[in-house]
Design a protein around this ligand. Sequence first.
Ligand SMILES: [Mg+2]
Length: 187
Amino acid sequence: MGLLSAFAPDEVARSVCDIDLDALAGRGIEGLLLDVDNTLIGRGSVEPDADRCAWLEGAIERFHVCLLSNSVRGTRVRRLKERFGIDGIAVWHWDRKPCTGGVRRALALTGTAPEHTAMIGDQLLTDIWGGNRAGLYTVWVERISPREFIYTRHVHRRIEAFIARRLQRAGLLPGPARAVGEACEEQ
Ligand SMILES: [Mg+2]
């Protein structure tokens, strides 16, 4: 249970658009660290769809937002930073999620304490684990698209499905159940 809880998100949502921003603010969240790939943008797209753009604009009005993406080149992070006028970092090597170096760098940009910051992302093994390790509130969203890097699809997602089933059995996975079911079915 102790090991398992490292992967347990505080909240599960089908999409970022379904995250209740009022509720986040109500629990004292002031900063948001946002994953990019498959959280804001599906693979093969260059920018978020209209709904996610609108959500992001709403979030930017209320929270200190910083993008945090595991990426070698950081092209998409740069584009989003410019388009929305927000902070963002692309991390690799020892700073990549689930390591906490990138999270700490992002917190320096949002200027928010870990306990007042939420990490939002589509992967238990990077976004949620890394966010939990750094003491953030974590929100697991369903991936936008099943098109993913081969390593992500064949290694990360299988481990993720395995962990998600155990989290669910242990009662450590908050609803909606449908998001979890789909994450588990893909093997
Ligand atoms: Mg992602």
